[in-house]
Each structure stands twice: as structure tokens, then as C-alpha cells.
Design a protein around this ligand. Structure first.
Ligand SMILES: O=c1ccn([C@H]2C[C@H](O)[C@@H](CO)O2)c(=O)[nH]1
Ligand SMILES: [Zn+2]
Length: 139
């Protein structure tokens, strides 16, 4: 495993410790590597209105985008799961909005399992900005 990736995974674990999860008690961390080398950490943040929980992956992406950063090279996700932590459908869609289909995704857990996949494999057929551009132009 390249140093850069071990560091990304290490930062996802640090982010996980900041999770605000009084309801599920399920802490998740994410670390998003921007093309300029900056790493954006994200944790899940829950709410007493349960449906408003924001996942770790989306926290990391929204932090970066809100700082004007939209070019990314990799993302790592970690939770205390039996197998590698699997991002939810909402996060797969948000990741697909900003990250190229061939961008590597590292799904990990606290035991040290690492599954390397890609954005395109996480969400084949994602709805993209191009789909909006093509609206009404088909047929
Ligand atoms: O990949 C995932 C899956 C779940 N969660 C959060 C949402 C909620 O706070 C808790 C339980 O679903 O875990 C994430 O942050 N990322
Ligand atoms: Zn999610």
C-alpha cells in the first residue's frame, strides 16, 4: 500500500473519532484526497430528527466543495464493520457528481480490511450533470 493511501486511511480513522452519533452509535470516517494534495476529513453527523443524518463521505465532499475544491484523486471510508464499510446510495450519488468513474475508493474497517474499488463500480449508471444537459434532446 502506497504511503499516500495509508495516510488517507489513517486520516479517515481520525475523522471517525469526531462522529456525532448519539442515536446509532455507529461512527464512520472519511478522508478525501484533493488533486492539490489537501485531505478533507469527514464524519457522520446525526440529528434528533433522525432522517437528517449526514454521512461521513458527504461531510468530507461538502467541506471541500464549500472551500472551492472540486478535483479529487481518492477517498477512504472507515467504520467498525465486519467487512469493508459500504457507502450508502446517497453518498454513492454525491461521490459520482464530483469524482471521475475511475477514481479509486478505499473501503476499510478498524480491523484493517481494505477493499479498493472505483467510483464507477460503486454506482454504475449514476445520474450525472451530462444527463441534465441531454434533457429533452433524446430521440
Ligand atoms: O457509509 C456510510 C454508512 C452509514 N453512515 C452513517 C449514517 C448514520 O449516521 C449511521 C448509521 O446509518 O452511519 C455513514 O456515515 N457512511
Ligand atoms: Zn451515505
Amino acid at each position: 500500500m502506497k504511503m499516500e493511501i495509508s495516510n488517507l486511511i489513517a486520516q479517515s480513522k481520525i475523522a471517525r473519532e469526531k462522529a456525532y452519533v448519539p442515536y446509532s452509535k455507529f461512527k464512520v470516517g472519511a478522508a478525501l484526497l484533493a488533486e492539490d494534495g489537501t485531505i478533507y476529513q469527514g464524519c457522520n453527523i446525526e440529528n434528533s430528527s433522525y432522517g437528517l443524518a449526514n454521512c461521513a463521505e458527504r461531510t468530507a465532499i461538502f467541506k471541500a466543495v464549500s472551500e472551492g475544491v472540486k478535483k479529487f484523486s481518492a477517498i477512504a471510508v472507515v467504520a467498525d464493520t465486519v467487512g469493508p464499510c459500504s457507502p450508502c446510495g446517497a453518498c454513492r450519488q454525491v461521490i459520482s457528481e464530483f469524482c471521475a468513474p475511475d477514481m479509486p475508493v478505499y473501503l476499510t474497517n478498524l480491523k484493517g480490511d481494505i477493499q479498493q474499488t472505483t467510483v464507477g463500480d460503486l454506482l454504475p449508471g449514476a445520474f450525472t450533470p451530462e444527463d441534465l444537459n441531454n434533457a429533452g434532446k433524446l430521440q
